[in-house]
Design a protein around this ligand. Structure first.
Ligand SMILES: [Zn+2]
Ligand SMILES: [Zn+2]
Length: 259
């Protein structure tokens, strides 16, 4: 059966078996969905096979102007990227943080499906978006190690996977970039940060991470990866211990950015 289907043309297969949206589970016509998309827009190309038109419209990619340090998009859509007031005041251990889109709408739904409903199949399009974001903001030659923000072993057992690791696992190897999901570890259990204020989050996360083998980090150009950047307390704390372990620099890539 599969063999026969593979021989049929794609439009014919889609007519009989229209794709089901990975987010809202409705069937949609991906041929229609691709009409009117900008051929030069890589995000459309990546998402048409997975998300219906309405869910695709609910993705809110981050565009300039944003904070050149933490990536926070500015409300005013005019002007160049510059440093936001929070980055001018607070200490950041990472060099720059960038995200694919705003943590809202269908991107938030997709991340919730992955993390809380364990719909790991959705990591395929999400990982493609993470890859696209990587190539949009970094030159591959400037990064030599991808590190995913670790989960505490108790959370990892409960969830069964680390969502940050799923965002990079597929393409890191293809692109020839080393991937390390073990050296940085979450040594202390922390309560979920969702209800905490910015200052409480910073306090809650302090000392939660450690580097097991500093020699694996020393002198490396590290890109730290997580699913969501909320206040930045988690990635900043990870960046602090990675820098202490001797990283040349730490940059941050997240799929989503809370605003
Ligand atoms: Zn949908
Ligand atoms: Zn900033």
């Amino acid at each position: 059966m599969i063999h026969i289907l593979q021989r049929l043309s794609q439009p014919f297969v889609y007519a009989i078996f229209p794709p089901m949206c990975f987010i809202c589970s409705t069937y949609y016509d991906s041929r229609e969905a691709s009409i009117g998309t900008d051929a030069s827009d890589p995000v459309s190309d990546l998402t048409v096979p997975y998300f219906c038109e309405s869910c695709r419209e609910g993705l809110l990619p981050i565009a300039s102007p944003f904070c050149s340090r933490c990536g926070l998009p500015f409300i005013s859509r005019e002007g160049d990227n510059h440093t936001c007031s929070e980055c001018l005041l607070g200490k950041k251990y990472y060099r720059k943080a960038r995200a694919f889109g705003i943590y809202d709408g269908s991107l938030m739904e997709a991340i919730h499906l992955l993390k809380y409903r364990k719909k790991t199949s959705i990591s395929r399009p999400l990982s493609a978006l993470a890859r696209e974001t990587f190539f949009r903001f970094w030159d591959i030659n400037t990064i030599d190690l991808l590190v995913s923000v670790p989960l505490h072993v108790k959370r990892l057992r409960e969830r069964g996977f680390n969502q940050a690791h799923l965002l990079i696992r597929r393409w890191a190897k293809q692109e020839g970039i080393s991937l390390d999901g073990l050296t940085l570890s979450r040594s202390r259990w922390t309560e979920p940060q969702t209800s905490l204020s910015r200052a409480e989050r910073r306090k809650n996360i302090k000392g939660a991470f450690s580097v097991r083998h500093p020699e694996r980090i020393k002198g490396r150009k590290v890109l730290l990866v997580d699913d969501v950047y909320t206040t930045g307390a988690t990635v900043n704390e990870c960046a602090r211990v990675l820098m202490k372990a001797g990283a040349e620099f730490v940059d941050v890539l997240t799929l989503a950015r809370a605003v």
